[in-house]
Design a binder for this molecule. Sequence first.
Ligand code: ADP
Ligand code: ZN
Length: 783
Amino acid sequence: EQRVAHRDLQPGVRHRPDARVGAEDERARAHARHQIARVVLDLALRREFDYQIPEALAHRVEVGARVRVPFGAGSRLGVVVSLAATSEHASLKSIEKVIGEQSLLTRNVLELARWMAGYYCCSVEAALKSVLPEAVRKEEAQWRERLYAYALPPERDGGPALTTRQQAVWNILEEWRELPLQELVRLGETTAETVRKLEDKGYLILAPRREERDPYAHERFLPTTPLVLNAEQASALEAIRGAMGPSEAPAAGSGAESSRTFLLHGVTGSGKTEIYLQALELALAQGRGGIVLVPEISLTPQTVERFKARFSSGPNRTLVAVLHSQLSAGERHDEWHKIRQGRARIAIGARSAVFAPVDPLGVIIVDEEHESSYKQEEAPRYHARDVAVVRGQREGATVILGSATPSLESYFNAKRDKYRLLELRHRVTDTRLPVVRIVDLRLERRPERGGGPSIFSVPLREAIQQRLERSEQTILFLNRRGFSSSLQCESCGYVAGCPHCSVSLTFHRRAQEIRCHICGHAAAVPGQCPQCANPRIRYSGLGTERVEDALHALFPKARVSRMDTDTLKRKEDYRRVLTEFRTGRIDVLVGTQMIAKGLHFPNVTLVGIIHADLALHLPDFRAGERTFQLLTQVSGRAGRGDVEGEVFVQTFTPFHPAIQFARRHDYEGFYDQEMEFRQQLRYPPLARVALLTLKGRNDDKVKFAAEHLARTLSDRLSGWKDLILAGPAPAPLARAEAFYRHQILLRTRAMARLSQELAAVEGELTLPEDVKLGIDVDPVDLS
Ligand code: ADP
Ligand code: ZN
């Protein structure tokens, strides 16, 4: 009898969503009226389907619920997007099953997905798919259950006799009261068999229990307290506090967008993160939560720690949840549900964390808002920064976009009072920004060695030497991995190209392979020219691998490490290299953009940019902006400690404005000059762009389809004065992964309207079967 009573008390589900009882009644009433659920299936059908809500599920089917429904001969998963009292269809099938204990989508996130489908010209199905992590969408429960042993109260007469071994195990459990079976077996140095005998004798009971994973379980976070802000920080936070309103939560949706979206323009090391932390604290005090977006590459343990340490130590351990693609599926599932259940109030993550079900939402922070990785390059092709601004507006949340080098779009919005501009002009520690020296590679040519400059100019070489002597650290940056960018025959000029893409293959010396950086195609290095059989093959162009080799040759004693996607295959690699660098076991770190972002190492006093022009010559109107940002970000890695930093920029175009303004740390100057160019050509931020790309295996067919589409568009949109249509033309990357690509570029100020038109055209358009159209609204990558 006792046992049965105890069984009822088993904490089978430990964490029930709390405080939803009131909502329960309301839902019951709603269901009295609504017997029909409108469902969007996980199939891109661009349609909603009506289903009957069976009596037994009435209390669980609500808007946002994930359900399994009959479809065709089988069944499918989908999302309930609305409820209705009647349907125009006669005999409806019934919902089979509701997934999860709670509707997965909040109303806010559901509405956001619908907005996204409209603006980014994609199906609602695709939008819905991207707002829920894969680990959460699955039908099978992802919770981890473990078998626990629970001690039962002793019987009055002391219970049946125990063997010595059983007694020893019982002594342990009697003390702990409950333990995972595995743990008890380990502590008691025994077997599960012995424990089961104890269960038979009525001493304990074994029952499964849900156990939540905590990816950071093994880390300790020393609690931090808010810092006393300096004057610049204080006035920035004051403005934010003003927008966030009094400590009790203001009504959602009140106030204009301009008063709630901030652009925090602060040089590297100016203390932006402290402002984020204090804004989050304000949101928590108002009973609201927050979302922090950082670029995937900056989602390091260091970054997570700063937020966990402030909010998530001791009893509040779950307050900060991290949504990271490198967590296991189970961990991701649990972290997400912590947010959905309201036990985590702050979500940190990359791009897709903008959809975290934080509710109510007080603040969204987008750090490094200019980063191109906020743009998703497959449908739905959303930009997380822009989605954040829209979401903030809809939910009455304050949005803080932070950067040392804001995107032209955001700075433009701040200038015309769409956003409010907050500036931090000084580094907190008052260390000066590094001195930037430009090295003109044209003057470094060595006619005696075929004309090209060496990898390290004389000044850079001397500077590295000096750092090695002083035991200071150096970072060398080059935005291309591999050894050399191409392999060319000295006799006939043959260049090894990818058979599937219109690019040349990069030579990787260690792997002795030539590889395509677009599609991954790899081949052995030819011993002789495949075209003319000449054995002499020349390597031209630089990659990080070659820089590393040249360093070894020049400074044999230096401890050199390389960091790019070739060397970092696993997440531990990244951590390991950074730890080695931090603890001074590496003198020189060579890498791609991976090392450009957010890393903070006080002992780095020298940064060398091996070839600053690489990004300048891309066929992209943002090439100058990218170069400026990159140079500024990389330079920001130098001189974060007591010693002033020095940066060497090696370039063939020393007078290019992007390079000159970066040298002077002059963002405003760069902005003004770049805006003139954008204005002349009516590029963003003065207009918005939609890029239509047609792809197919047959070049003529693709070209023909592109011409047909361009004609259709110009007929339909003729008379639209604000619209500029360019193309069709072969894409800069004319062929990728065996697909030929042609593009049409549209520019307008009225993108929401253009999106509607494009969706309509796409719906009516008949393309040849093997030609596909991709629509990219506000594209970041124009290749
Ligand atoms: P950013 O995010 O702008 O690059 P950080 O927030 O990383 O700058 O700040 C740089 C350093 O200055 C950090 O070590 C931070 O702890 C410290 N810091 C920030 N604000 C203050 C302050 N008000 N007083 C003292 N130290 C501060
Ligand atoms: Zn390829």
